[in-house]
Design a protein around this ligand. Structure first.
Ligand code: ADP
Length: 448
């Protein structure tokens, strides 16, 4: 500041000295005044230049002052310009750093598999990630500042928001929810800041389906076991309480043996399924010869046919070209055996059952079990491989079916990269085929 007074005094005194030299006392007074005015004008000029330069700064995003040239200003104005420039530089650096941190934070929220919505104190959307936009059908830009209750029009959600008790989550239908393809969202709100809210959404459709399947499965297994168990328990009671003659006792014991066999088969099938689900995928190093596969199945089929129908069936086994299939022998054998025993069980006596193996032109190998049985109506075909799904419940039970056979076949096929296809028409018989990929099939001559 003293510098400014010195410059001002220097201007005035120089003016006064010139005035004295030109016109004595009067000239000195005018000179002093003119000098002071000149200094004032020069000072205002520099102040204006500084002000104009400062005014060119518009916003944080476009730091003009730092990018453009700094005006050359003398004395205190120059120092002020320097300090302002340094302050702005610091502020811009801080702004850039916090902007980068915010961007990183938002990117992390975008990457979240859950939907994230930030709501202000009024319930208006301040920000949402893409997952939330998909869950609720929002437009992540257009719907900003919209009230969430206007966009999510579900009574359960509205009641949840109105109650403002967010200790639990609420389950609501998601965007694209239809009766045929239900979509379920779990929504949980958490409070933060000053009455702001963080809304998290999670797609629980698969979870709910898995839970429903688990419930159905447990109910089905319990039901399947309860029936034979009740029968066996009833016979035991009878045997304990009634003095039966030997033929009656033998008949009851035979029925009990039949029911316990039924339970055993069910448990075996359940264990097979759980093994299929839990064991690693079959590699390509174990090779199963189709000839031995056919020999084993033929034996089983003939034995079963003679047991369940007095006149038996016409069984034709065409093992085709000698090949080997890469995969787990026990599993492939169980799949073929299930298809063949089904054909025998559902085809009336004397009916024709043809089991064949063929190498397709593209190198794939096809196992095919065709029968002249009752056939299956089209509406049942897509559901046949579901666990415990049966078309003819009583026929299935009569012949010792568990309702798990085709589920096992489907699993085995999937694990070996094979495709299970079912073709059938009511009254025209059925054809079940399993097609193995070329990479899993080789001719026996190749193997040597
Ligand atoms: P199940 O032990 O009851 O036979 P599966 O899973 O093997 O169970 O088969 C499911 C249902 O598909 C059967 O209950 C039966 O109704 C039908 N099915 C399977 N194979 C045949 C077939 N060859 N002919 C007619 N219906 C069949």
């Amino acid at each position: 500041m003293i510098g400014r007074w010195i410059v001002c005094a220097a201007f005035s005194l120089s003016g006064g000295a010139i005035g004295w030299w030109l016109a004595s006392h009067e000239g000195m007074a005018w000179g002093l005044l003119t000098g002071a005015t000149a200094w004032q004008l020069a000072d205002s000029f520099y102040a204006r230049r500084l002000l104009n330069w400062l005014r060119s700064e518009q916003s944080n995003e476009t730091p003009v002052l730092m990018a453009g040239p700094q005006p050359r200003l003398p004395g205190v104005w120059g120092e002020a310009a320097d300090r302002v420039r340094r302050l702005l530089k610091n502020r811009h650096e801080q702004y850039r750093e916090s902007q980068a941190r915010l961007d990183e934070f938002l990117e992390a929220l975008q990457a979240s598999p859950n939907g994230v919505v930030l709501l202000d104190d009024e319930g208006r959307i301040e920000w949402c990630n893409q997952t939330a936009a998909q869950h609720f059908g929002f437009d992540a830009r257009r719907d900003l500042q919209q009230h969430i209750a206007n966009l999510v029009r579900d009574p359960a959600f509205n009641a949840y928001m109105a109650a403002a008790s967010f200790s639990q989550e609420v389950v609501i239908p998601g965007n694209f929810n239809t009766p045929a393809r239900p979509v379920k969202l779990s929504v949980h709100v958490h409070r933060y800041g000053k009455e702001k809210k963080l809304l998290l959404s999670r797609d629980i459709t698969a979870l709910e389906q898995a839970e429903a399947m688990r419930r159905d499965f447990v109910a089905n297994v319990s039901h399947e076991i309860r029936t034979p168990l009740t029968v066996v328990a009833g016979f035991i009671e009878t045997l304990q309480n009634l003095p039966l003659k030997k033929p009656d006792r033998d008949r009851y014991l035979a029925l009990m043996a039949q029911q316990s066999q039924r339970m055993q088969t069910l448990v075996e099938d359940l264990l097979t399924l759980s093994r299929l689900e839990g064991s690693p995928l079959p590699g390509a190093h174990e090779w199963t010869p189709t000839a031995s596969l056919f020999a084993q199945c033929e034996q089983e089929a003939r034995a079963l046919s003679s047991v369940i129908s007095p006149r038996g069936h016409q069984l034709v086994f065409d093992a085709g070209p000698a090949c080997e299939i890469a995969g787990i022998q026990r599993e492939i054998c169980s799949a073929l055996s299930n298809l063949v025993t089904n054909a025998v069980r559902y085809t009336p006596q004397a009916g024709l059952i043809r089991v064949s193996w063929a190498r397709l032109e593209d190198g794939r190998g096809e196992l095919c079990v065709r029968d002249s049985g009752p056939g299956i109506a089209a509406e049942h075909l897509p559901r046949l491989t579901e666990r415990f799904y049966r078309v003819d419940r009583s026929r299935s039970r009569e012949t010792g079916g568990t309702g798990l056979g085709l589920a096992i076949v489907k699993h085995v096929a999937q694990r070996h990269g094979a495709e299970l296809r079912i073709k059938s028409q009511v009254g025209q018989g059925s054809c079940f085929s399993v097609t193995f990929p070329a990479a899993r099939v080789r001719a026996v001559s190749q193997a040597a």
